[in-house]
Design a protein around this ligand. Structure first.
Ligand SMILES: [Fe+2]
Length: 260
């Protein structure tokens, strides 16, 4: 089995600024990373930390500079995909030295680990809050899966491919894509899908595959299944996810209580 830690929706601001003027996302991420470092001996070997988008709130250089300083304390090698709050070219420059960032086009990547291949899929539509899997990304995914026949996969994408019931977030969800569904359905091996965007631990199904949405690192989207009055945020409810993957898969929620 191969273990991957998954965090999401960091929403880092330029240094000295708070998210929506009230939430200190930088301290929350620092606490998350130090909590994970303390917890690692109790987990055992973990191969990677993957961030499933919304690394920053503003997408500007100052926010990525602030994030770079915080990620220098990460207890594991890490990878990331963009979320709707990220800027593709600024994020590309931010992570250019990490060794996995494509030098142009969508931020899609593949990493072959012992028991699983992890894939990052770029669903960012710049200037928009909803997500899409572009034709270019879909062609990359289809070609990659042809090359990976039978391999267990852990696929990261910011926008979840199913409706969560939180209507304000579903309104800015992933544009339905039957070709994406067919490609993931037809893969001849286990597939787990891991997402962010909703800032809550939610599980669902897509293409006959298990999907897990990770909580955020500092705040959640309000739990309102009844009205579409816009997104509102509540501090806390933060956590991480441990994907224990191979030919069988377990998904463990790590709560803020585990990280104290
Ligand atoms: Fe987010």
């Amino acid at each position: 089995m191969t273990r991957i830690l998954h965090i999401s929706d960091l929403h880092i601001m330029p240094e000295g600024q708070l998210f929506h003027g009230t939430i200190d996302t930088a301290t929350a991420l620092q606490d998350m990373l130090s909590g994970l470092a303390r917890l690692l001996p109790a987990i055992g070997p973990v191969e990677r930390l993957v961030i499933s988008g919304d690394l920053t709130e503003t997408g500007c250089d100052g926010a990525y500079d602030h994030l770079r300083a915080i990620m220098a304390t990460a207890p594991l090698p890490w990878r990331a995909i963009p979320g709707n709050h990220d800027n593709r070219e600024t994020m590309r420059a931010f992570a250019a030295q990490e060794g996995w960032m494509p030098d142009k086009g969508p931020i899609n990547w593949r990493e072959d680990l012992d028991d699983v291949t992890t894939l990052g899929l770029d669903t960012l539509v710049e200037g928009a809050a909803h997500g899409e899997v572009s034709d270019q990304t879909l062609e990359w995914l289809a070609a990659t899966l042809r090359d990976l026949a039978g391999r267990p996969l852990l696929v990261f994408m910011h926008h979840p491919p199913f409706a969560t019931g939180i209507s304000a977030m579903d309104a800015i969800g992933l544009t339905p894509n039957p070709r994406l569904e067919a490609v993931l359905h037809d893969h001849d091996g286990p597939v787990q899908i891991a997402c962010g965007h909703v800032h809550r631990m939610i599980t669902g199904q897509f293409a006959g595959r298990q999907v897990t949405i990770a909580p955020g690192t500092s705040h959640a989207v309000g739990l309102n299944l009844q009205t579409q009055t816009g997104v509102h945020f509540v501090p806390g409810h933060c956590g991480a996810v441990l994907h224990d993957v191979g030919h069988s898969c377990q998904t463990l929620h790590i709560s803020s209580d585990d990280l104290r």
